[in-house]
Write a protein that binds this ligand. Structure first.
Ligand code: PMP
Length: 424
């Protein structure tokens, strides 16, 4: 049983995020792969704080590093701490395309700085982004669900397609929004206005529309087109970084972007983010031409958490074990889908995945908006939640698997999934 508002909580504080109506689940604590709500219900957690808890909840070494830092050194920030250099070097060593790093607090900030930097470096204004991708809450890249700010979109979709006459003028002269996995659309945009394009920003795996993989050759084409036209390629690794591999999605696909943004997985649950990339581009940050401010940026607590998290993630063979357990999950889900003769399929790459309830393959946001069965997804989600398996209720979101998820967790999840799929 879940209470709507936990006792003692003042319900007039309604500007507080109210959770997932009608399931406003209030969390009490997390341990490893498990989350426990205020009513004592335990869930196998595939939300993982929207991704960051790649090491599971309360990872002991990260927790210890943070507690030690606070007890022995305080909450230092606003002047550099040596640990910041240690962390930057770890990031540089893990990711070939990252030659220099500047730390900040959130993915939104890292993206905002990346775009600002690309504009300064190229002297151009326009940013190409892709329909259905989410790059944070910065107005320059975000599209609100508020009807007054948007063109009509499929309203169940978390990210209405931001294009056409409804785009506010202040964005229209600086933003070009294209379908993803579509080389021709990108070529046409560059043929038309390539001299004005500062950068293309993309995830290498489109996580914010239900984990769509790049088609063979697509990322290579994006790299080639941007390089040929003097535009920068920004790879948003806020979800994929340190998750798909130690070097993120770009490590997995062998992509070499000019700039990359990291957050979530980097800090083992603490707010720390990074912008990294080519030294000649980052030079504009280093010399102060492009400011990256932020009172709490690179604060010692978050940095010590990230240093501990990266040490753990660098253990040899770690990701291989994770991919094996994820394969167990993928295979089990595919079998359950087939047994129940549901029009659905599993999409994903290792520890980030989604189940598409659709009778057509989905290669970008336009397909997703057309074919995704939100109603069936919702039934599945509710049936899973009721049986103690937690993930985001959005059909366009993801399930995240952590290093703390054991084979037993996955076996238990699959037996729940089989029951839930019968309801679908
Ligand atoms: N980029 C991507 C790909 C994201 O998924 C997110 C957050 N979901 C962001 C940027 C923004 O990160 P943050 O919430 O830390 O500001």
């Amino acid at each position: 049983a879940r209470k709507i508002i936990p006792s003692g909580v003042n319900s007039t504080a309604r500007a507080v995020w109210s959770g997932w109506d009608p399931y406003p689940l209030f969390v009490d604590h997390g341990t490893g792969s498990r989350l426990t709500d205020v009513d004592g219900n335990e869930y196998i957690d595939y939300l993982l704080g929207l991704g960051p808890m790649i090491l599971g909840h309360r990872p002991p070494k990260v927790t210890k590093a943070v507690v030690d830092f606070i007890e022995k050194r305080g909450t230092v920030f606003a002047l550099p701490v040596a640990d910041e250099l240690t962390l930057s070097n770890k990031i540089i060593n893990a990711i070939p395309a990252v030659e220099q790093v500047r730390l900040c607090n959130t993915g939104t900030e890292a993206v905002l700085y990346a775009v600002r930097l690309a504009r300064a470096y190229t002297g151009r204004k326009k940013l190409v982004r892709f329909e259905g991708m989410y790059h944070g809450f910065s107005d320059g890249v975000y599209w609100s669900k508020h009807p007054g700010l948007n063109v009509a979109g499929p309203d169940k979709a978390p990210m209405p397609i931001p294009q056409g006459p409804g785009m506010p003028a202040h964005l229209a002269d600086s933003l070009i929004i294209l379908p993803w996995n579509d080389v021709d659309a990108l070529r046409e945009a560059f043929a038309r206005e390539g001299q004005d394009i500062a950068a293309v920003i993309t995830e290498a795996v489109m996580c914010n529309t239900g984990c769509i993989l790049p088609e063979p050759g697509y990322l290579e084409a994006v790299r080639e087109i941007t390089a040929k036209n003097g535009a920068l390629l920004i790879c948003d690794e806020v979800i994929t970084g340190f998750r798909l591999s130690l070097a993120g999605a770009q490590g997995y696909y062998g992509l070499e972007p000019d700039l990359s943004t990291y957050a979530k997985g980097l800090g083992g649950g603490f707010p720390v983010a990074a912008l990294g990339g080519r030294k000649d581009v980052m030079a504009l940050v280093a010399d102060g031409t492009v400011s990256m401010a932020g009172t709490y940026s690179a604060n010692g607590i978050a940095v010590s958490a990230a240093n501990a998290a990266l040490d753990e993630l660098a253990a040899p063979g770690l990701y291989d074990g994770l991919y094996e357990r994820c394969q167990q999950l993928y295979d089990g889900l595919e079998k359950i889908i087939a047994d129940n003769k549901v029009d659905a399929y599993v999409t994903g790459l290792g520890p980030v995945l989604q189940v598409w309830f659709a009778d057509q393959p989905i290669r970008n946001y336009r397909d997703a908006a057309r074919y995704a069965r939100h109603d069936l997804f919702r039934i599945w989600w509710e049936e899973m939640l009721e049986r103690g398996v937690l993930f985001h209720p959005g059909a366009f979101e993801n399930l995240f698997v952590s290093f703390a998820h054991s084979k037993d967790d996955i076996a238990q999840t699959l037996s729940v999934a089989a029951e839930a799929m019968r309801a679908v």
